[in-house]
Each structure stands twice: as C-alpha cells, then as structure tokens.
Design a protein around this ligand. Structure first.
Ligand SMILES: *Cc1c(COP(=O)(O)O)cnc(C)c1O
Length: 381
C-alpha cells in the first residue's frame, strides 16, 4: 500500500467532510432547496473578499473567471498593463490579446515581485492604460506581489485594477473594497479545499459601470446576467450543484476555524517549510515568498523532474516541480488549503529522504527539526 498525500499548490487535498457533503444526491438546481444553498454560499464568499459587492460563482476552472474579467469589463482595442512575472501573469496577457486588447507587457524576471513605483511610472507615462492586471501570488514562481501598494497607485485613476487571487483569497487577507481592487477572482481547487470546477469573481462599482459600456463579446461568462440571476438566488445556467454542496461545507470549516486563524495557520506553515528548507541548504527562489506555497532550488546535480516523480510514485507525496525556465530545477510545496502541522513534517521529511536517495549531501532530520521548532508555536510549546 502507498498512502498518498497531495501537497501541490493546486489542486489541494479535499477534507473528508467536504467529500461527504459532495456525496449527497444531486437535487434540481431550480428549487428553493438548492437556491438556499447557492445564495448562502454567495453571501458568505463576500467575507473572504471583504466586499459589499456580489461574488459571482461560475462553473469553470479559475481561468474562466480570468476570462470573464477581460470579457465583461473591457473592449477591443483598449490598452492594458499586464505584470508578467510567470505563467499566470502571462495568461492575463494572453487572454487580453485574444480579446483584442492592446497589451503593454511589464516583464519581470522569474522570482521577482512587482515594483509599485515602476507601475506608477508606466501609468503616469501612458494615461490611455485602462486596466492593470496582476496576481496576488504568482503560483509558477511562488512570488507574492504587493497588491495593497499597487492598489494605492491605481485607485482614483481612470482604469481598473484586476487581481488574480486564485492562490491569494483564503490564504491571506485581500480586502477588496478597502484596498480599492476593481476585480478580484479566485478558484475552487486551491485555498478553498475543493475539487476543481468552480471559479469566483467580484467587481467593484467602477468595474460594473465599465461593464455597462464594454463591448467585448461573451455568452456563457456574462456577468451582468449572472448578477441578475444571483439577485433571485440562482445562476444563469446549470451550476455545479455537487461542488456547491462542497463549497458550503468548506465555508463552514473556514467559519469554524475563523478566517484570521486560517491566515495565521497558513503563515505559520509557510514559516516552518521555509525554515526546514533553509536548514537543508535549499535556497528560496524568491525574496518575496507567498504564504500559499514555498519554492526552493534543488541542489546542483539533482534532476527535479525525476525527484518529483519519485516522490509522487514511490513515496506517495505529490509536490509541484518547476515550469518553463525552472523545469527540473525547483520544487514547490503547498501550505494553502487543508494543510495541518504534520503535513508540513511529511513534506519536509519526504523531501529529505528523496534528496538523499538522489545523492544530495544532507543530514536526515535536519529539515524536520527546524520545521518542528517553528511549528511548536502553533501548539503553544
Ligand atoms: C491555478 C492558478 C490559475 C489557473 O486556474 P485554473 O483553475 O487551472 O484555470 C490561475 N492563476 C493562479 C495564480 C493559479 O494559481
């Protein structure tokens, strides 16, 4: 028997409670019974977004909400600034270009966080820019971007600040209204502890107003139509009923723990994973690490692709490797979602053992001991 642990930054592990909630028989979606669940979820999602606006639930993967942002609040030919510091930043630009927007790319090195003053300079220089797109966490590089600081620059200008919070919402605080974010999207299979298949999106008053004039085409991802339906506690098309039953349970779990405690737990685990990796001499890939996940370079001579495969297939522990220029060179370990202190120990222990199998010069237990020193705090030791 091989016991499996899913420690990749998405999809993340689904708690048993959520799985059982999803085992309920499917009920018809145009019923008072389902409408009550749907409306309750939509209302409670607002707490995670910290917004007074509607949070729209879409049946799609996270990219669906990204596409909805571009399709609903922008028009062909408009100029937008895209912060491209990895795969997902690049995706904002690709979606924008596929809708005929003119993309000004701000390309950053991998592992680099956005510099708010560079964004300010670009916006001061070019008043035609109608949108700024970035990630809260760029999952491909594990970088946390300074969303609050960028929002201070974008708010008050004639443009929308659009944030991909797919590995941000439910990981750390992103008070949408307070900071002045115009569009904030997220998805099910990361911090929300759900299987893939749901996406969430909220628009500020300014973004809804722009949506009234926007000319890009959309059909399935028509947010104004969804907003109208949500006012009647339903969705435009058949929603993913089963996943929404799971979402209700996941939101219960968030509420029972308290969102602040969710953020604290995730941050403590991030600190523990970093300490463990540091002790093993594995260098972090960024100076601006997110609490969502930890990315470290593997020792010279260790083939990351083989290491990740061995960890998954022989040890039963799934991590994420690197993408593109970091393929085979790094490993990414999740802290977001359904992760407890001892999952951190498993993550570091399995990594230590796999590294020694691949000939790295490490002393077994070093990383685990360092992680335990941090995790003690969570148990009041
Ligand atoms: C996972 C992820 C996405 C993509 O979401 P899908 O659900 O695969 O469509 C987009 N952005 C970020 C930051 C992510 O981590």
């Amino acid at each position: 028997m091989l016991k499996n642990y899913l420690l990749s930054p998405g999809p993340t592990a689904v708690p048993e409670r959520v799985l059982l909630a999803m085992a309920q028989p499917v009920i018809h979606h145009r019923t008072p019974q389902f409408s009550a669940v749907f409306a309750d979820c939509a209302k409670r999602l607002k707490k995670l977004w910290q917004t007074k606006e509607d949070v729209i639930i879409l049946s799609s993967s996270g990219t669906g909400a990204m596409e909805a942002a571009v399709a609903n609040s922008f028009s062909k030919g408009e100029k937008v600034l895209v912060i491209n510091s990895g795969k997902f930043g690049e995706r904002w630009g690709q979606i924008s270009e596929s809708f005929g927007l003119e993309v000004v790319w701000m390309k950053l090195g991998w592992g680099q966080a956005a510099d708010p003053s560079a964004i300010k300079a670009e916006l001061d220089k070019d008043p035609d820019i109608k949108g700024v797109f970035m990630q809260a966490t760029e999952s491909s590089t594990t970088v946390k971007h300074p969303i609050k600081e960028v929002a201070q620059i974008t708010r008050g200008r004639d443009l929308l600040f659009v944030v991909d919070g797919i590995t941000g919402v439910g990981v750390f605080e992103i008070p949408m209204d307070d900071w002045g974010i115009d569009i904030l999207v997220s998805g099910a299979q990361k911090a929300f502890m759900l299987p893939p298949g749901l996406a969430f999106i909220a628009l500020s008053e300014k973004a809804w107003k722009k949506a009234d004039e926007a000319k890009n085409s959309k059909f399935y991802l028509n947010l104004k139509k969804e907003k109208k339906n949500l006012a009647n506690n339903t969705s435009a098309y058949t929603p993913a009923v089963t996943l929404i039953n799971g979402l209700k349970e996941a939101l219960d779990m968030f509420e029972e723990e308290g969102l602040d405690n969710v953020y604290k737990r995730t941050a403590l685990h991030a600190k523990a994973v970093r300490a463990g990796c540091d002790a093993l001499g594995l260098k972090n890939v960024t100076d601006s690490p997110s609490e969502a996940m930890t990315g470290v370079y593997l020792p010279e001579g260790v083939d990351g692709n083989k290491l990740v495969k061995t960890l998954r297939d022989n040890f039963g522990v799934t991590y994420a490797g690197g993408q593109d220029e970091w393929k085979g060179k790094i490993i990414r370990i999740a802290q977001l979602g359904y992760i407890g202190a001892f999952d951190v120990i498993i993550a570091i222990s399995a990594l230590e053992m796999a590294l020694s199998k691949f000939g790295a010069d490490i002393k077994l237990g070093t990383g685990v001991a360092a992680a335990e020193e941090v995790l003690k705090e969570g148990f009041g030791i």
